[in-house]
Design a protein around this ligand. Structure first.
Ligand code: UTP
Length: 297
């Protein structure tokens, strides 16, 4: 029997420099899409996939993130007094069972691979998920849930994959595809941020992973890779051709790069339009803006 994936690592120790000055005092993961911080979308997705233990790799200045998952007795009491049951219900999703959540410090931002490695003792000898909260995915079946279902057939290591335009490939880890099998792709190689024109395919890795504990052992031995950071992609690539293998999974859904300003703005519009109570106003406004823009041309 394959072990179930019940642990997830959320690496949130990055500096978030692309959002300065906001991220000087607000962690990127607390920035808000409509009315929820990015981290809430990630947690909801993990829960839907059956994750029971949530491990955050944090750094200095991420206190707001830890507070977000605490109970807020005064606020809850106030809402109860005012009969705001719906809001109390909304707050419930932010609460974590005692013991279900752990925080580990990454003392230096040495890269995503290093951040994952920092959580090694909490993972032990089990498969685990990694979720990057700045990749927000709108999907009917949450992305990690799709992957957990596919992983129950493949085992090994699985990375979420999506097609990107060739000129964007050098911003991603890119898969060298060995064999396509519906949504599952057998991987012959992985290259982190390939130089322009040298990407082995247009299938890019985005921020969802299901990994074998052997990847942690590989990270143990790693030296720095592209950009002077310890790359998770490089450690996963070491499993290619071994007993466990590496698979890409073409998920169904739309991914927003909320680590970039334009991705964040697009996600805001898209998630806003998906909310019944906001849709009509927002749509009217977008139409006005487009009309004004066209008139100005
Ligand atoms: P990014 O590459 O987006 O870096 O990290 P960043 O620091 O968050 O943002 P910018 O580029 O300066 O604006 C991708 C994910 O990996 C985590 C980040 O928190 C983010 O979730 N990460 C990155 C770490 O936890 N530690 C690191 O050393 C690097």
């Amino acid at each position: 029997m394959r072990k179930k994936v019940t642990k997830a690592i959320f690496p949130v120790a990055g500096l978030g420099t692309r959002f300065l000055p906001a991220t000087k005092s607000v962690p990127k993961e607390i920035m808000t899409l409509v009315d929820r911080p990015l981290i809430q979308y990630a947690i909801d997705e993990a829960r839907a996939a059956g994750i029971k233990e949530f491990i955050f790799v944090t750094s200095r200045g991420k206190g707001a993130l830890e507070d977000y998952f605490d109970h807020a007795p005064t606020l809850e009491q106030e809402l109860r007094k005012k009969g705001k049951d719906q809001l109390l219900e909304v707050l419930k999703d932010t609460n974590m069972d005692s013991g279900a959540i752990a925080y580990i410090r990454q003392h230096k931002a040495l890269g995503l691979g290093h951040a994952v490695w920092c959580a090694r003792r909490l993972i032990g000898n089990e498969p685990f998920a990694v979720i990057l909260p700045d990749d927000v995915i709108a999907a009917e079946t949450p992305c990690l849930q799709q992957m957990v279902e596919a992983y129950s057939e493949t085992g090994g290591n699985m990375v979420a994959a999506m097609e990107v335009p060739p000129e964007k490939a050098s911003s991603y880890g890119v898969l060298d595809v060995q064999k396509e099998n519906g949504q599952i792709v057998e991987v012959a190689g992985m290259v982190e941020k390939p130089p322009a024109g040298e990407a082995p395919s247009n299938l890019a890795v985005i921020g969802r992973y299901i990994l074998s504990p052997n990847v942690l052992r590989s990270l143990n031995k790693m030296k720095t890779g592209a950009g002077g950071e310890i790359q998770l992609t490089d450690a996963i690539a070491q499993a290619i051709g071994g007993d466990e293998g590496v698979y890409g999974y073409r998920f169904r859904g739309q991914r927003f790069d909320c680590g970039s300003k334009s991705g964040f703005l697009q996600a805001t519009v898209s998630f806003g339009l998906a909310r019944e109570e906001l849709r009509s106003d927002l749509l009217d406004y977008i139409r006005d803006v487009v009309q004004m823009d066209q008139a100005a041309e």
